[in-house]
Design a protein around this ligand. Sequence first.
Ligand SMILES: [Zn+2]
Length: 180
Amino acid sequence: MRVLGVRHGATRVADDATVSGDMSRRSRDERALLREAVRLACENAERREQPFGALVVRDGRVVGTGVSTILRDGDPMAHAEVAAVRDACRSLGTLDLRGAMLACSCEPCPMCHAAAVLAGISRIVYAATKDTAARHGFALSGVAADMQSTWRAKRLDPVEHVPTEGADEPFVRFDERART
Ligand SMILES: [Zn+2]
């Protein structure tokens, strides 16, 4: 199988999946997946990119990863979650990710939420909340914030916060890099 970890640095989950087919098929704990998304986000922050990472998981296997490349690409839509969805679609050769889960280092914005829904993703979990992001200067504003709160209030989506140890660490590292 493809080694998922190469593009964004060696990842423990991808390494496990590469080493053993059995391990790649096992059901993976959501918290472990979120810790991996947080780890990708930390790595990205160390590269002086924005501190966000995401994984797409299907049938217990990581099928896509993504990090924010907003600063590198000068692209305000280059969010980690969109990158992970694209990676999963390319990796699986499909536009249909029904049954897959998106694990995000931080609460997804409305664009990423919509991208996941369009691809058929059935569950979205995230580690850091939008409030944590806002404390570090990553607040949604205006229409985007309205869209997010409207969707949440209507409970139209399968988005769930899963408290995760170290969820704020990518932001801390980003702030440290910004000071040096
Ligand atoms: Zn987004």
